[in-house]
Design a protein around this ligand. Structure first.
Ligand SMILES: [Zn+2]
Ligand SMILES: [Zn+2]
Length: 302
C-alpha cells in the first residue's frame, strides 16, 4: 500500500492567511516548510486512489502529486474518499471538485452523523446524489473493496473506529456519536494496518487498541499544549475545548503512548503548535519519544 501525505496542517494551513504568529512567519519567509490542510492519499496499486479527508487545498495537492493528475480527456484516478468528521478543513475540498466531465462520480464513506451534518450544507449536498454515492461507515464494520467501482478499485480493507470528539463549530461543537471516527486501512500485502486518526479529544480503549495493532498511526498533532492558543493571544480557546487532545503535558498523547511499538506520525498540525519549530522543547519531546511530524509530500510504503 502506498501512502502519500497530501497535506499536514490543521485548518488554515501554515502559513494561515490572517496569522502572523512565529510559525506562520517562518513558513512565509521560507525558514520552515509550508503546509497545506491535512489529507492522505492511499492506494493498493498506484493507479486508483482513496483520499482520507479532502481539504480545501485539494486542487493544489492534486497538481503537486502526478499520480493524482487527470487522465485524458477528463477523468480522475481518485476513486473515493473517507471522511473522519465534518469539519470544513476535512470535507471542504468537495466544493472544489464540482466539475465532473466524464467522471462517474465519487464513492464517499463517513459516519451517518458526518453525512447528515455535511449534506445539510448546500455546497456538499450534491455529493449525496447520483452520480456520487455517500455511504455510511458503520463503526466496527470492515469494508473490503472488491474492484470495479468500489472505494479504491483494488483490495483495501477499511475498518471504522469511533473516537472521542465533537461535531464541528458550525454544527454546535456537540459531543455526538459518530461525530469523529478514525480508519484502519490495509491491503493484501500489509501485515498490520495503517491508522488514520487526525482528530480526537481523548484516547479511549478502542483508539488505544487500534494504535497498538497498527504499523503506522497518523495521529492528531493539532496542539502541543492545551493553552498555546490563549498564551500566544491567537484565539481565546483551549485545545481540548476545540476537540483536540494535546500532544504534550502529563496527560497528553506522548505521555499516554509511552512504550508503544507503533510508528507514530503527528499530522493535522496547527500553525500555533510549537512542535513546528525544530528548536522548541515540543519538537525535542516528539523526537525523544521516537515520533515524527508528517510533512506535505511525505510518502510511505506499507
Ligand atoms: Zn481540522
Ligand atoms: Zn500562525
Amino acid at each position: 500500500m502506498i501512502v502519500r501525505v497530501l497535506g499536514s496542517a490543521a485548518g488554515g494551513g501554515v502559513p494561515q492567511w490572517n496569522c502572523a504568529c512565529r510559525n506562520c512567519h517562518a513558513a512565509r519567509v521560507g525558514r520552515a516548510p509550508r503546509r497545506t490542510q491535512s489529507s492522505l492519499a492511499v492506494s493498493a496499486d498506484g493507479a486508483r486512489w482513496l483520499l482520507l479527508n479532502c481539504s480545501p487545498d485539494i486542487a493544489a495537492q492534486i497538481e503537486a502529486f502526478p499520480p493524482l493528475h487527470p487522465r485524458p480527456p477528463r477523468s480522475t484516478p481518485i476513486a473515493g474518499m473517507l471522511f473522519t468528521d465534518a469539519n470544513v478543513d476535512h470535507i471542504g475540498g468537495l466544493a472544489v471538485l464540482r466539475q465532473r466531465g466524464g467522471h462517474g462520480g465519487f464513492l464517499i464513506r463517513s459516519s451517518a452523523t458526518v453525512r447528515e451534518i455535511a449534506t445539510a450544507q448546500p455546497a456538499f449536498a450534491p455529493f449525496a446524489a447520483p452520480p456520487h454515492r455517500w455511504l455510511d461507515a458503520a463503526v466496527g464494520e470492515c469494508v473490503r473493496s472488491t474492484g470495479g467501482d468500489d472505494l479504491a478499485g483494488s483490495a483495501l480493507a477499511i475498518r471504522t473506529i469511533a473516537v472521542p470528539g465533537t461535531t464541528p463549530g458550525y454544527a454546535g461543537r456537540l459531543p455526538a456519536s459518530g461525530a469523529v471516527v478514525a480508519y484502519e486501512i490495509a491491503d493484501r500485502s500489509t501485515r498490520k494496518p495503517l491508522l488514520f486518526a487526525p482528530v480526537f479529544s481523548a484516547i479511549d480503549d478502542a483508539l488505544r487498541a487500534a494504535i497498538e495493532r497498527s504499523s503506522v498511526a497518523f495521529l492528531d498533532g493539532s496542539f502541543y499544549s492545551d493553552d498555546e492558543l490563549t498564551d500566544a493571544q491567537l484565539l481565546d480557546k483551549r485545545a481540548r475545548a476545540l476537540g483536540h487532545q494535546p500532544v504534550g503535558g502529563s496527560d497528553g498523547t506522548l505521555a499516554q503512548l509511552q512504550g508503544t511499538q507503533t510508528r507514530i506520525i503527528f499530522t493535522h498540525l496547527n500553525n500555533s503548535n510549537p512542535m513546528l519549530d525544530s528548536d522548541s522543547e515540543g519538537y525535542a519531546a516528539v523526537r525523544e519519544f521516537g515520533a515524527e511530524l508528517a510533512y506535505d509530500g511525505m510518502e510511505l510504503t506499507l
